[in-house]
Design a protein around this ligand. Sequence first.
Ligand code: ADP
Ligand code: MG
Length: 236
Amino acid sequence: MPAPDAPIVHCEGVGRRFRTQSSDVAALHDVSLDVRRGTMVAIAGPSGSGKTTLLSIIGCLDRPTSGSVLINGSGVSDLSRRRRRTLRRDSISVLLPQPSDNLIHRLDGLGNLRAASRGGVVDRNAALSMLAEFDIADCADKRVLDMSGGEQQRLALACALARRPTLIAADEPTSSLDRANARRVVDAFARAVALGATVVVATHDAELVEAATSVVRLSYGVVEDPDHAPTIVDGS
Ligand code: ADP
Ligand code: MG
């Protein structure tokens, strides 16, 4: 058992290269960070800075090509695809940037919520009230592909929370939402954190960044050091 104050995510010297016949992209270089339990950490940075790559590694979808990652005190950098899938099933909810990729298309809203909760949400009224928290009660009987992108995004979030994960790794979860619905996402993450979950969220959304306990800023695959931010020289 890890010490109770041990970080839930520990990345040390993490690098990720994508090599193909025609290219070799170093998406992350030497990224070291800790995420404390029961916090919300935002990963910010311009497009192409490595947010999705880092989040995929933290969410155990992908593995680093160098360095190491511990989740809940256990090394995950060398785990097989199958072991990582088991780890995700048991304790990590990953929210992919394309909302429909998070959902089972042949099921309706209720079916998705029930499947995600693995028996935790059986009662129709309980499920409807969970959907109503995201203003998507009318998606209960709708198939995924009949929902709008924003509805799919909110359903994906409701499903991610219904699994009661230890760790939520969410990639741009407010990208298809208007302000009012983006605020629901911020509130939902705050409630999940209050219940003991940890949230790592890649985002451009200023409101999500503002709500985070801390922010990791990436630039060209490197964590910007807040102590060495560029100095603005007054030329007058
Ligand atoms: P962000 O999410 O911040 O926009 P990404 O993590 O998606 O950034 O991408 C970081 C860099 O890695 C980009 O240069 C991107 O083109 C490259 N990259 C990401 N995934 C792959 C991949 N599967 N194959 C090749 N290059 C990739
Ligand atoms: Mg991205």
